[in-house]
Design a binder for this molecule. Sequence first.
Ligand code: NAD
Ligand code: WQD
Length: 340
Amino acid sequence: MTSATILVTGGAGYIGSHTCVALIEAGYTPVVYDNLCNSSAESLARVERITGKRPAFVQADIRDVARLDAVFAQHKIDAVIHFAGLKAVGESVEKPLMYYDNNVGGTVVLLQVMQRAKVNNLIFSSSATVYGDPASVPIREDFPLSATNPYGRSKLMIEEILGDLYRAEPHWRIARLRYFNPVGAHESGLIGEDPRGIPNNLMPFITQVAVGRLQKLRVFGGDWPTVDGSGVRDYIHVMDLAEGHVAALKHLLAKEGMFTVNLGTGQGYSVLQMVQAFGKSIGRDLPYEIVARRPGDIAECWADPSAARDLLGWSAKRGLDTICADAWRWQQGNPEGYGA
Ligand code: NAD
Ligand code: WQD
């Protein structure tokens, strides 16, 4: 067992809270740093119920140099997993400066503080959005990169900043992890995705329809060139994703260098297949209607996950049945999320 201490920015959020569970279970000590702009500290109380350990928590902003400096002075941090950021694509189009300030500016501040503290091990949350509209699927890491909105551009910029930093200071160890579509919840049903307002993403929308908070799903487009006309994505169980971070961390702490890998399953499902699988899981059909395409969407997106398998010895284990069952357990047990 290891006792390395890991600073988890954005650790109270959806992926961060699940990763805290995986870190604790793997013997690491997470220290969570989060301003709670899109989450609740209740998630960390739930992490404690699952693991028996409550992560140390600092409620502060990654752009707050003094607070960050203080965390590095107070804790002997071995590595940073950097989840903190804003992630709503539509909002990023409305408020680009807010996204660049928070995501890009915040990351630069974090890197400067790490540099001063001589902590040079970083795992960064990137996204399949950096592939833009891919020419083909499955998507490999060496595909061309592009972005179609400020959110995606902020991820691309950060990837490039990290590349520049590594070239200038090759003693840094950096993992750029490109997530596909994270879904599901911890099997306990105690932690899960808790979006504010009406969900933008498919899976929380489906579960909120199922629990009666929303009336029916709108399927964005029935005329995509896909298996059934609806969009196809690579939905990865959030605990698989969390375990992918532990695998990346082990690799990073053992071996010098920078690496960039997809974290996906390699399997695509359409919106209609997701609706059907979820309906089967809960034993009733979900109401939906097919409407116009959502601007900015793409037809298909799924990963070639072999680089992560070969480099990290990690691959996603949980299938669609588990995803649906776990998402439903969380939604049913917490119909109003953490805010209830
Ligand atoms: P989330 O919103 O649940 O978690 C992000 C956390 O960061 C929140 O707890 C929020 O309060 C915190 N945060 C935001 N700005 C901050 C700041 N300036 N200072 C301190 N804390 C701040 O989102 P998530 O789904 O858990 O995503 C985590 C990361 O993964 C994000 O960087 C996101 O862009 C990336 N990502 C997410 C997805 C997805 O679909 N969920 C896909 C690819 C990449
Ligand atoms: C999935 C599919 C929709 C909602 C987004 C970001 C991406 C990444 C993950 C962070 C698509 C369809 C959705 C609905 C629908 N995030 N859909 N009705 O768009 O693949 O990716 O989240 O990095 O950057 O763009 O995910 O869950 O929004 O959509 O029909 O109400 O479901 O059109 O085909 P997406 P999503």
